[in-house]
Design a protein around this ligand. Structure first.
Ligand code: CA
Length: 116
């Protein structure tokens, strides 16, 4: 189907979409770590998430994920383009997302950062 490009804006759209989903996720409620979440998603315990696993994972998190949005997300996670998402790829994406979330917080709390 789609020709997967590693175009930066596309990858950024995937990052944003994934951030949206994760931002609404009560991680601490059910999971002790991202790694636990990853191995729960990895249904066949291959050490990788394929497209099918990632899609059902995102749906189980309550994200309404259109095919187009899913393509963006998958492409931004699969940074080496081998068609599956490894733990390292997953983890580095989460780090990016956490950094962005912190940045968002800082931007929303500009007043607090100012010294008077
Ligand atoms: Ca990969």
């Amino acid at each position: 189907m789609a020709h997967f490009t590693s175009d930066a804006s596309r990858s950024n759209a995937g990052l944003m979409a994934l951030k949206d989903i994760l931002a609404g996720l009560p991680v601490t409620a059910g999971y002790t770590s991202w790694q636990e979440l990853f191995s729960k998603f990895d249904i066949d315990k291959s050490g990788y998430l394929d497209g099918h696993e990632l899609k059902s994972a995102l749906r189980s998190l309550g994200g309404s994920v259109s095919d187009e949005r899913f393509d963006y997300i998958f492409n931004s996670l699969d940074s080496d383009g081998d068609g599956v998402v490894s733990w390292l790829e997953f983890e580095s994406m989460l780090e990016l997302i956490e950094m962005q979330m912190e940045e968002d917080l800082r931007n929303n709390d500009v007043m607090l950062d100012e010294t008077f």
